[in-house]
Write a protein that binds this ligand. Structure first.
Ligand code: URA
Ligand code: SF4
Length: 209
């Protein structure tokens, strides 16, 4: 599996891209997943948000951010005053990586994609950035941050900060780094974690004014 490159169509049309991504075999993750979950949103969205990978619900439904983490993200966008039509949502990795819960039979437990899988899937989100041409990128969590900036990226030291990302052969694009919405669900104090996340989304709302 040498990566997604040979599956990328020569087009800036997102629907065509999504169609081609259904056949991707750029790494081994397509084997265990139900379907490719491609990005979704307005063709010319001002913001492109990069998550980690589809979760259980996304894998079943074929759309990004339709599960519990997506609910947090969508609520935070509303609370911060970011219009959903300004946002294109996608993931660093397009297939769900999971393992079986040994104690509870059927449950599928999310596993972080490894660095090789993140590298393999990179051509897909690069193609999405090329097509959407967003003004701002949002890195949701460590995997997204590392996909953009390399393995030394840490969410803790950068969340809420504006960074700059050099698109290969392209533009310099500002990046707002923040936590992954699923971190809100895992936090000991969910309210505090949620308030912090909404605070970061408010920064985004200001940038879009
Ligand atoms: N988490 C992600 O990073 N992406 C999704 O699409 C859903 C959950
Ligand atoms: Fe292709 Fe990405 Fe799926 Fe791997 S995870 S098969 S690179 S779409």
């Amino acid at each position: 599996h040498p990566g997604a490159e040979r599956f990328i169509p020569d087009t800036d049309d997102l629907a065509e891209m999504a169609e081609a991504a259904r056949e991707c075999r750029g790494c081994d993750l397509y084997r265990g997943a139900t379907q490719t979950v491609f990005g979704n949103g307005a063709e010319r969205a001002r913001v492109l948000m990069l998550g980690e990978q589809p979760g259980d619900q996304e894998d079943r439904q074929g759309e990004p951010f339709v599960g519990p983490a997506g609910a947090i993200l969508r609520r935070a966008l509303v609370d911060a005053g970011v219009a959903e039509r300004s946002v294109y949502l996608t993931n660093a990795v397009k297939h769900f990586r999971w393992r079986r819960d040994e104690s509870r039979g059927k449950r599928r437990i999310h596993q972080r994609p490894d660095a090789g899988q993140v590298a393999a899937c990179r051509p897909w989100w690069l193609a999405e950035v090329r097509a959407v041409r967003p003004e701002i990128l949002v890195a949701l969590g460590a995997t997204a941050g590392q996909a953009l900036f390399g393995s030394s990226f840490r969410v803790g030291s950068t969340r809420g900060a504006m960074l700059e990302w050099q698109e290969p052969g392209g533009r310099t694009i500002p990046v707002l780094a923040t936590i992954h919405p699923s971190a809100v669900l895992r936090a000991t104090d969910r309210e505090v974690a949620y308030a912090g996340f909404v605070g970061d989304m408010r920064k985004l709302a200001k940038l879009l004014k």
